[in-house]
Design a protein around this ligand. Structure first.
Ligand SMILES: Cc1cc2nc3c(=O)[nH]c(=O)nc-3n(C[C@H](O)[C@H](O)[C@H](O)COP(=O)(O)OP(=O)(O)OC[C@H]3O[C@@H](n4cnc5c(N)ncnc54)[C@H](O)[C@@H]3O)c2cc1C
Length: 395
């Protein structure tokens, strides 16, 4: 019998049945697009469109999109499996996470015409989506954003404001923007008065500038300015002013996709470390025989797999239409922690070589560590669990 990896051994068979074909399709991508290619694109400061095209050809971009909109059906479980497998191969694309995340509220709350216009082209790679909510002064407190979308008098909206840390603007075709459409003073509560708009990244009045981030990944971050950008009414998702309600439906998927990103990277680092520990023998026998090296790696293995179980519990709940909030938050928290530990163990195992470009271990650290902060910081995740699971007062 073929040797099964630890993840396959602990995941329920119904998850393996969905996950295995996705992993095979990702193998079709990574056979032609390697970590070296991913690093080369990063060095060149460009998004690797060739990887995106390969994902499209393997049918990965249509996962989770209903067949009537050109997708291959399935659900979040398959989308998460794709994110996980790409990261495990060392070639995660944040644009995939963003496109899947941003199309979720459109699929759930958009009109059939909007789904056809905005979602269908993403299923074959013809279009991609980035997402813009964060602002310099609001940060985690999204309710405090000040970008406005006000009626332009002819049925559309005028968008003005500034966003920061927006990933993939250079690579995406469209951007989903969260903007205030009713002043806070006139809103019945703090969640009301925001709208979700979709616009072409190159619309007149949109400008963006890359940020120097010091992260090793090809998806770059930008500040984005909106200067009297005209947005037609038919580009507003759902009812104006109700945007946050729609957005909340996509936050749990985003957490699961972030968990997949972290777990894949954790696996990538751990697998590298195990290979290295089998060979490296400065004292004549492999360092993997020393328990000071072996135990952190074994610990990392179990923590990654435990977080993975939580992640796929969350995806199954979401795909079954159940409330997945607790499992999604727990998965994001546990996965980001497990991945950082795995990466740390991988660095220690590699010793000085971890910091060489040739061995390419320390570069994983920054991105893995990032996932404790994005797309939402772990403190907010813990706030959610404290308040909604433990029933403690809001902080
Ligand atoms: C690489 C990268 C990519 C990103 N991509 C995107 C993107 O594509 N689109 C987008 O809109 N945004 C994006 N972001 C923004 C990201 O979501 C924010 O950085 C993040 O939500 C936190 O905002 P902030 O950086 O302003 O931190 P702040 O709000 O200033 O928070 C700083 C720290 O304070 C603590 N803290 C904050 N609030 C609370 C709280 N309520 N309870 C307890 N502790 C708290 C946390 O430890 C937090 O890390 C990206 C950021 C990075 C770094």
């Amino acid at each position: 019998m073929a040797r099964r990896d630890s993840a396959t051994r602990v995941l329920p068979e119904e998850i393996n049945a969905l996950r295995d074909p996705v992993r095979e399709a990702v193998a079709g991508v990574t056979a032609k697009f390697s970590r070296e290619d991913w690093l080369a694109a990063t060095r060149d400061g460009r998004f690797p469109t060739e990887a995106w095209d390969l994902m499209a050809r393997q049918g990965l971009l249509g996962l989770g999109v209903p067949e009537e909109f050109g997708g291959s059906g399935g659900g979040l479980t398959e989308e998460v499996a794709a994110m996980e497998a790409m990261a495990e191969a060392g070639v995660p694309l944040v644009l995939f996470l963003l496109t899947v995340f941003a199309r979720t509220p459109i699929l759930l709350h958009g009109t059939p015409e909007q789904r056809q216009r905005f979602v269908a082209p993403t299923a074959d790679g013809g279009s991609s989506l980035c997402f813009a909510i964060t602002e310099p002064d609001a940060g985690t407190n999204s309710f405090a954003i000040s970008t406005t979308a006000v009626p332009d008098g002819s049925g559309g909206y005028l968008l003005n404001g500034q966003k920061i840390f927006i990933s993939g603007v250079d690579a995406a075709d469209r951007m989903m923007v969260v903007a205030r459409s009713t002043r806070l003073a006139d809103a019945p509560d703090r969640r009301h008065g925001f709208s979700l708009l979709v616009l072409d990244v190159n619309s007149p009045g949109v400008s963006f500038t890359p940020l120097d981030m010091g992260l090793v990944m090809p998806d770059r971050q930008f500040t984005v300015h909106f200067d009297n950008v005209q947005v037609p009414a038919e580009n507003i998702i759902g009812a104006p002013d109700d945007g946050f309600r729609y957005l909340f439906d996509a936050l749990n998927p985003e957490r699961m996709l972030a968990a997949a990103w972290a777990l894949g990277l954790g696996d990538y680092a751990l697998n590298k470390a195990v290979r290295y520990a089998r060979d490296r023998s400065p004292f004549g026998k492999p360092i993997g025989a020393y328990q000071a090296i072996q135990h952190p790696l074994a610990q990392a293995r179990t923590r990654l797999d435990a977080a993975r179980l939580m992640m796929y519990t969350a995806t199954r709940q979401f795909d079954a239409g159940m409330d997945a909030a607790y499992a999604a938050n727990a998965a994001k928290l546990l996965a980001s922690q497990a991945a950082v530990e795995a990466c740390d163990a991988a660095i220690q195992t590699h010793g000085g070589y971890a910091f060489t470009d040739e061995y390419d271990v320390s570069a994983i650290w920054g991105v893995t560590r990032l996932i404790k902060v994005v797309p939402v910081n772990n403190e907010v995740v813990l706030n959610h669990i404290g308040e909604h699971v433990l029933g403690l007062p809001r902080s």
